[in-house]
Design a protein around this ligand. Structure first.
Ligand code: GLU
Ligand code: MG
Length: 642
């Protein structure tokens, strides 16, 4: 979820005098790097996925499932090979060690993040290795677990923050002055403490905001749910602030972990050059809400069924460091801007030349720092990019490290650390990533909306679809752009319960228009129509377009083709509602469980059964035709070679 610099992180008070420094020099670093690398071309297409896993401990006797707080212990083992490789490279300049996976800590101490050891490249055969590599990663992790432990690729662990949800047992401690969250429900040890960044970040966000974060998610009102649904926090050590912040008929949460302790599936692409990266950033942005709705997997929070299906707004609220002034609740006195969104949210402006053809795309007033904008423009950065960076830089740094700040006020102009400081805590649906200095890496973009699916099969399907769409978009120069304000509306609709079935999304039907200066043809379509097309019209749908793109390629082996058509079938049937989304499937599982009392609460033994069954599903030991059907494979997937 961001850069892990070595060193001691600073407190909010210690950071205050350095905010200007980080912003000022972060911009200078960006300008220098931009001018040095803006004309660089010819980087190979490379891409990779990231999966965040949750470790679960099962108590078979009492039929309880708890998150297991052992990420630090696991990471020490998971990263041994990588460390060896680094040592070898340092000593001899190269290494024979082949890494199939890379592992990183995440916000929670029950989470680990795994990526392929090396990025995938352009050849079509790589699509046949994605799922296999996900399986290899999972196996590596599983091999280190105890007999009674499993790892799950779930966006939300349904009983986070409930009594007794961790192993070993931990307790929230809201009144302890050293407690960095002050949460009534989230124990400090559920945050990954192996690196000081995460706890500091939580404290700094809370302190900058001036109060605890407040996450309110509408509860799913079932037959026996109290009406109105109002919780009493007085026995939990509430000083009154939680009772004030909690909305009636909502599930209330008060810590960063309830958001950043959720998991997702992300993709990063390296582009040939900066223009291609900018175009990918823009073209993938309208796809974010659609993929969020299609991958929806978060129907429960803090032990309750909620009335939404996705994690997005929950994470946004969990890291919302805006002050009351910035949220528009008090007049601006100490702060500079009223800021409509959290640091975690959807993008606010497009970046590529495509959006210049019609001036309605960037239709929202972009808030940015005028001085920074001017400096970027004077430094040779074009207006769209300058606005983008100046917009990111309206945020303060919420994470600084002592060793990154030089006491004489100087900075390293060839580094990008100050820029990255602000960039890496702007968590938007898309991220535009400048090349990290000295690493031989090009301009990249990150696609960040997707929720995690239970099985590697489903996750691989999502990954392959998005990657192939990028290939097709770039080859055929499709244009998916629509006004930013419509994308924002789509993000809201995407998170609603059963959005795939019940919502319509603004979508552009004339995506083949290369350049135009007239209004795009935007209609409201269902996810089914967007993916599967509209019968009787000339809009064939994204899946047909991806298939057509593949037909034009000459390097698709039969085996890869077979793998992919299985994936397309899954996505097509999810879009049409023939198969359930993960959210709907989890929802139904809980509601139909004999222990469920129709009161929106997820009972402990229901969760236990759910975890056991999810584990069986991902292992292929249990099949549920309502979730996915997978045609049997004739040949095996290949090992990764790169
Ligand atoms: N877990 C976060 C999410 O679900 C993302 C953290 C990251 O940026 O890696 O969106
Ligand atoms: Mg992550």
């Amino acid at each position: 979820m961001g850069l892990l610099s070595a060193g001691e992180p600073m407190s909010w008070e210690e950071m205050k005098p350095w905010q200007l420094h980080v912003r000022k020099y972060g911009v200078k670093q960006f300008i220098k790097l931009y001018n040095r690398l803006k004309d660089e071309k010819g980087r190979a297409l490379k891409w990779g996925d990231e999966v965040e896993y949750i470790i679960v401990k099962l108590d078979h006797e009492s039929r309880k499932a708890r998150v297991s707080l052992k990420a630090e212990e696991l990471l020490a083992k998971l990263t041994v090979k990588e460390e060896l490789m680094k040592e070898e490279v340092e000593k001899t300049g190269s290494s024979q060690i082949e890494l199939l996976s890379l592992w990183r800590p995440e916000y929670a101490s029950y989470m680990v993040e795994g990526t392929p050891g090396v990025p995938y490249e352009g050849s079509m055969s790589f699509f046949n290795t994605v799922e296999h590599n996900m399986r290899v990663r999972r196996n590596e992790l599983e091999a280190l677990l105890e007999k009674d432990e499993i790892c799950v690729s779930l966006s939300t662990y349904p009983r986070l923050g409930c009594p007794d949800f961790t192993f070993p047992p931990t307790h929230p401690d809201p009144q302890n002055p050293d407690n960095f969250t002050k949460s009534l429900f989230w124990p400090s040890k559920a945050t990954f403490l192996g690196h000081p960044r995460f706890s500091r970040l939580s404290a700094n966000i809370r302190e900058r905001r001036g109060e605890k974060v407040a996450i309110n998610v509408p509860i799913f009102k079932d037959v026996n749910t109290p009406d109105p649904f109002i919780e009493d926090f007085s026995g939990l050590g509430d000083d009154g602030s939680s009772a004030n912040a909690a909305k009636p008929d909502h599930v209330y949460m008060d810590a960063m972990g309830f958001g950043m302790g959720l998991c997702c599936l992300q993709l990063t692409f390296q582009a040939d050059n900066i223009c291609e990266a900018r175009s990918l950033y823009d073209q993938l942005a309208p796809l974010c809400p659609i993929m969020l709705a299609l991958t929806a997997a978060s129907p429960c929070h803090r032990g309750y069924l909620v009335d939404t299906d996705c994690r997005w707004d929950i994470i946004a609220a969990s890291v919302d460091d805006r002050t009351r002034e910035e949220r528009g609740l008090d007049p601006l006195v100490h702060n500079k801007f009223v800021i409509p969104k959290s640091r975690y949210d959807s993008i606010d402006s497009y970046l590529s030349g495509c959006c210049k053809n019609w001036n309605g795309y960037n239709d929202k007033e972009l808030i940015y720092d005028e001085e920074i904008f001017k400096e970027l423009c004077d430094g040779g950065v074009d207006v769209l990019m300058a606005q983008h960076v100046a917009h990111l830089f309206i945020r303060d740094s919420v994470s600084m490290f002592q060793n990154k700040i030089k006491s004489d006020g100087s900075y390293d102009e060839d580094d990008l650390d100050h820029f990255e400081n602000i960039q890496s805590t702007n968590w938007q649906t898309m991220r535009f990533k400048p090349p990290p200095p000295g690493q031989g890496i090009g301009w990249r973009v990150e696609f960040r909306p997707c929720e995690l699916q239970i099985s590697d099969f489903e996750n691989a399907a999502v990954v392959c679809f998005v990657v192939l769409l990028t290939r097709a978009i770039l080859s055929y120069k499709w244009n998916l752009l629509m006004p930013i304000s419509l994308m924002d509306e789509n993000m809201k609709r995407a998170q609603k319960r059963d959005a795939v079935l019940n919502q319509k999304f603004y979508w552009r039907k004339d995506i083949f228009t290369v350049s135009e200066d007239s209004d795009p043809q935007i209609e409201e379509l269902s996810v089914d129509e967007i993916l599967n097309g509209i019968p009787g019209s000339d809009y064939q749908g994204l899946l047909a377009l991806v298939r057509e793109y593949m037909r034009g390629l000459d390097d698709v082996e039969a085996d890869t083709s077979c793998t992919l058509s299985n994936y397309w079938q899954l996505l097509s049937q999810r879009a049409s509602g023939k198969l359930k989304t993960n959210a709907r499937w989890i929802r139904d599982y809980i509601s139909k469980h004999p222990s469920y009392r129709g009161d929106s609460m997820v009972p402990e033994n229901t969760l236990y059964d759910l975890m056991v069954d999810i584990d069986k599903i991902q292992k292929g030991e249990l099949k549920d035709a309502a979730l996915f059907v997978r045609a049997e494979r004739k040949s095996k997937t290949k090992d990764i070679k790169s």
